[in-house]
Design a protein around this ligand. Structure first.
Ligand code: ZN
Ligand code: ZN
Length: 123
């Protein structure tokens, strides 16, 4: 009648450190830096992925970005969630009247035009 399965308590602060790998770099990273220094919390993976893309030009494994890609000019960015991707697209359309393809991680494509930015134009 001994059930010790729950008796495994050590200081488990660091047991859940996420690990991100990148086959292009052939490396793996524990995100202790993102958690400790950047206080990125549960966005550590996102923070790491964006930093990785910024510094190497590609995203690590298992990261599926939202892509905003302008049809009219070379502007384009990758984002890890829909909201900033859409905001970027709407803002770009608002300032340039360009059309932007907004591509979801599933491959769904939506075109953002300057019409989509009008709702912000309440005055
Ligand atoms: Zn890499
Ligand atoms: Zn553009």
């Amino acid at each position: 009648m001994t059930d010790m399965s729950g008796d495994n308590k050590q200081s488990d602060d660091f047991e859940n450190v996420p690990v991100v790998s990148c086959t292009r770099c052939g490396r793996e990273w524990e995100l202790t830096y993102e958690l400790d220094e950047l206080q990125a919390g549960n966005r550590a993976v996102e923070q790491f992925a964006l930093d990785h893309e910024r510094h190497t030009g590609h995203l690590p494994d298992d990261i599926s970005p939202w892509i905003a890609d302008c049809e009219n000019c070379p502007a384009g960015e990758q984002f890890l969630s829909k909201r900033p991707a859409k905001r970027w697209a709407v803002t770009h359309a608002r300032h340039t009247s360009h059309s932007i393809d907004l591509i979801s991680p599933d491959g769904d494509e939506k075109t953002i035009t300057s019409d989509d930015s009008r709702y912000e134009n309440s005055n």
